[in-house]
Design a protein around this ligand. Structure first.
Ligand code: ACO
Length: 380
């Protein structure tokens, strides 16, 4: 590309998509893409996945330590008490449901919730951040209940987060395996380095804009099909394929027509996503409990067909899809469910950004023409 010689912005080559750029230090999570290892504050998620709770993960991300029983009880109670929305916010949801997607409604809800919070000094910010962790789950349940014209179910702060969410959503007590499945999902998706939505939250926080502005940015960023929106599209594909024997032709056609296959590929992982085996195992258990393995087997076959043709890794969104669908969660709530988990990481990152802030402000290389002659409008 020929660039103007006196254009200072042309000095350095841009790194498209910021691939490989390390933008800051964090103590929250580390992703080893070569080996497929994800750690939260030094703990391998393989150890946390089946032996822990989402509330423990929140403690870990907020305190950088696993909690003792007292701290965990306190966290469970605080998140439980936070599962309440101001009536005015419920009115906003009532206005929006049916007119826009649940993810767009959720973005607006986060923004509106900010109006009900005071500006507080940094040391008082964690309780405010925790309120959002609780409120997001209630908002997702209410969005669903209102659009289905079902009565809203009040939160029960004595219950665990996963159990209470499923109860508020479906209006009945979930089974143990359903609680465990959602708990596992919420643990596994809680944080993942500088993924796009976390990065956008940190960019917004880096200007010293408030917490709710940062999380609103993050929800908007997560909604895209190349990020959190991929889980819904992956489920569309699994349902469209429908039968195991149709997977081969479907995937061949997708490659031939150069379509991106949703739930595959990752910027960082060179081997399968660290979270995938756990999500796959749990999704399988859920569908076994339902006594219908058809869609799960279609998913497995799609994975095989992709791998047979190209070395593209399976990412977190692929087996999240049959797991959430197995919990009877409608497809358009998949990405809001992702937000319900990632809110733990987003808020922890925003707190980390504020504690050691520097404005995040990269450069752009200008490649357009320069020294153009201005002509008055009547001469154009
Ligand atoms: N299907 C088909 N081909 C793919 C896929 C895919 N899902 N992912 C990557 N590729 C191919 C690309 O076509 C490209 O091939 P080429 O070099 O022959 O042109 C190569 O692999 C590199 O792909 P890029 O898109 O350049 O990789 P990038 O790091 O920019 O993008 C991304 C990563 C966005 C995740 C990409 O793999 C993708 O679009 N995947 C589908 C959407 C998805 O599942 N997103 C969820 C990601 S995980 C998360 O955010 C929670």
């Amino acid at each position: 590309m020929s660039l103007p010689k006196d254009n200072k912005d042309s000095v350095s080559e841009p790194v498209k998509g910021l691939e490989g750029i390390v933008a800051a230090d964090t103590t929250l999570s580390s992703v080893n893409g070569e080996k497929g290892i994800l750690r939260y504050c030094g703990y391998n998620i393989d150890d946390l996945a089946f032996s822990s709770t989402f509330e423990e993960t929140i403690c870990l991300l907020y305190d950088n330590e696993l909690p003792n029983q007292e701290r965990l009880d306190e966290m469970t109670r605080k998140v439980g008490e936070a599962r309440v929305l101001p009536d005015e916010v419920i009115k906003v949801i009532t206005e929006l449901v049916g007119k826009t997607s649940p993810m767009s409604t959720l973005r607006t809800v986060v923004s509106v919730l900010g109006h009900y919070e005071k500006n507080v000094p940094l040391k008082e910010l964690p309780p405010k951040a925790l309120r959002l962790v609780g409120q997001i789950s209630t908002a997702v349940a209410i969005i669903h209940r209102l659009r289905e014209k079902l009565p809203i179910i009040k939160a029960d702060p004595t219950k665990g987060h996963s159990e209470d969410f499923l109860r508020m959503l479906h209006g009945k007590d979930p089974s143990d395996i359903q609680i465990n499945a959602l708990n596992l999902y919420l643990i596994l998706l809680a944080d993942h380095g500088f993924n796009a939505s976390t990065f956008s939250a940190r960019v917004t926080a880096g200007t010293l804009a408030n917490l709710h502005s940062a999380i609103t940015s993050a929800v908007g960023t997560l909604s895209g099909p190349l990020h959190g929106g991929a889980n819904e599209k992956a489920m569309d594909m699994i349902i469209e394929v429908g039968k195991k024997k149709k997977a081969s032709a479907y995937i061949q056609n997708a490659f031939d027509s150069k379509q991106k296959i949703m739930g595959f590929g990752h910027r960082v992982y060179k081997v399968d996503d660290a979270r995938k085996p756990h999500l796959k195992k749990m999704a399988k258990q859920l569908w076994e409990e339902k006594g219908n393995m058809e869609l799960f087997e279609v998913a497995e076959e799609i994975e095989k067909q992709v791998k047979d043709r190209k070395q593209i890794i399976t990412n977190v969104d692929f087996y999240s899809a049959p797991l959430l669908y197995g919990l009877d969660i409608p497809k358009d709530l998949f990405t809001p469910l992702f937000a319900m988990s990632r809110i733990a990481g987003w808020t922890a990152h925003v707190l980390e950004q504020y504690r050691n802030n520097r404005l995040i402000r990269p450069r752009a290389r200008y490649v357009g023409p320069i020294d153009r002659t201005f002509r008055p409008i009547e001469q154009r």
